[in-house]
Design a protein around this ligand. Sequence first.
Ligand code: S3P
Length: 177
Amino acid sequence: MRIFLVGFMGAGKSALGRGLAAELGLKFIDLDKEIEKHFNKDVAAIFATEGEKVFRDAEAQKLSEAVEGDDFVLACGGGTPCFGNNMQVMNDAGVTIYLKMSTDHLAQRLEPETETRPLLGGKKGHELWTMIHELLQEREPDYLKAQYKVKAWDLKAADLAEFIRLYENVGATQEEE
Ligand code: S3P
């Protein structure tokens, strides 16, 4: 099975994805890390030296390489579902889950990290909140194309795994199906 976690920066895609993969006995793929390996530099450096377009092309490329495989949980970048046909690729390949979080919670999580995240440009306080609010409004229509929408604040990987087992019938015998 292929599981894709989508959502805004700071929604917990990587941490929950790693935990979910462990719970379900699947491989974990962090899409940002795959891109970083390809360029041998971190996301901020790729944005700074290559520019966003090169990053987005590599993101789509790494996603299409990933879906050739199976049995994984993949954590997207916050922008992955919003470019090209990435969201369609994920919906066609497997189970998609939107980790939904409010602007207040996202701002709280992202405030200490704004220097290292290229899209946040060191913004703080109200300026950061407004930027998140506007970008989330722009992106949410794409996130909402995910098959499942889950409230991500305080969500535990074990609970998400239980949800997947129930709704996707993971581990069920043929008689149970
Ligand atoms: C981005 C989110 C980041 C990373 C890049 C662009 C975005 O991933 O892909 O900085 O466009 O929202 P995370 O959501 O994992 O931080």
